[in-house]
Ligand binder design. Sequence first.
Ligand SMILES: *Cc1c(COP(=O)(O)O)cnc(C)c1O
Length: 401
Amino acid sequence: MNIDFKKLADKYQTPFYLYDFDHITAQYTELKESFRARKSLIAYAVKANSNLSVIKHLSNLGAGADCVSIGEVKRALKAGVPTYKIIFSGVGKSDEEIKEALILDILLINVESSAELDRVEELAKSLNKVARISIRVNPNIDPKTHPYISTGLHENKFGVDIDTAKRMYIKCKNSEHLEPTGIHCHIGSQLTQLEPIRESINIVANLVRNLKAIKIELSFMDVGGGLGIVYKDETLINTYDYAQTILDSLFGLDLTIICEPGRFIVGNSGIFVTKVLYEKINGNKRFVIVDGAMNDLIRPALYDAYHRVEVLNNNKNLSDCNLVGPVCESGDFFAKNIDLPETQSGDLITIYSAGAYGFTMSSNYNTRARVAEIAIENGNDRLIRKRESFEDLIANEIEFL
Ligand SMILES: *Cc1c(COP(=O)(O)O)cnc(C)c1O
């Protein structure tokens, strides 16, 4: 797509996030189509990008929402996702969150420990409700991704082992306030290999068959999210192969498939746009200093993540530099040791693949206002979140002064 960044920067000021809603549509549609042989629900993982307009756009396409806090559940509802398409996951839910989820009567509560199941039962009883339960199984499979985003090994805090899961389903079956409804497995993020997915789904499908043999019939198989995207030169899992692998594992089982992609849907829909403040040389190291920083996009600092960077000027004079922000941390960089053209103050720089875990992980560190978010759809741009003001930042403190 041809985007006039200069015009957008003049209109909205920098830094800002730009999301291509047509790309979001294309990603959603590709995945949904891959599963067309079965009943399926694409439950968008809200934490990847929780902007209400993004959720609403996906909801209009038919997506549900995978939420990891009651705040995300409320966002999904606000954006128009119907309760019967909302799932609540997460390794530590508070009583208040569980109660609200029960009262709202969302599709599934994904439970991640026996202790949590006991608590859900007590709370459901106190509200005289029946909780629809899905248990997150930890298949102990190495997803071969960054250790911070691996979730499917026993050394990770997520889910329960197969034997525990089985005992928990039996407890559900014997409880008046729990209904065993689904099964869940999510082994990690930015997955680029199909084999670990195939192995985990097979483990989970076997459990589903074992449960069936003891008259516990589930309706939903939630295969998690985690599909990777291209940041640099990754080879991706083909969505058709992905879906086919899952369908093969579920042979003979009548389950609706739930898939919870986050990054796959929004990652490459987003661009972070920032502008050059100054250049400087320390010793013989060149630094390009921009107005965006790690508080806006923390992935390079947190995961040493690669984001493709482009300088929007016509200078062909490349040299090695670090691209850094103004925050008082040496971890505040977008890229290290890259060749960039010579820049002038005011030159725009675009940082790609920033639509997932970009804005949602941003903070007010250094009392920096969170940036504006802009949508572009059919060539038309619109503001979907205002840049924060200083007053926004201090609003919750000022009354105590
Ligand atoms: C984070 C998360 C997802 C989404 O992961 P992506 O890598 O963004 O697709 C899906 N399901 C659960 C339970 C998650 O925690």
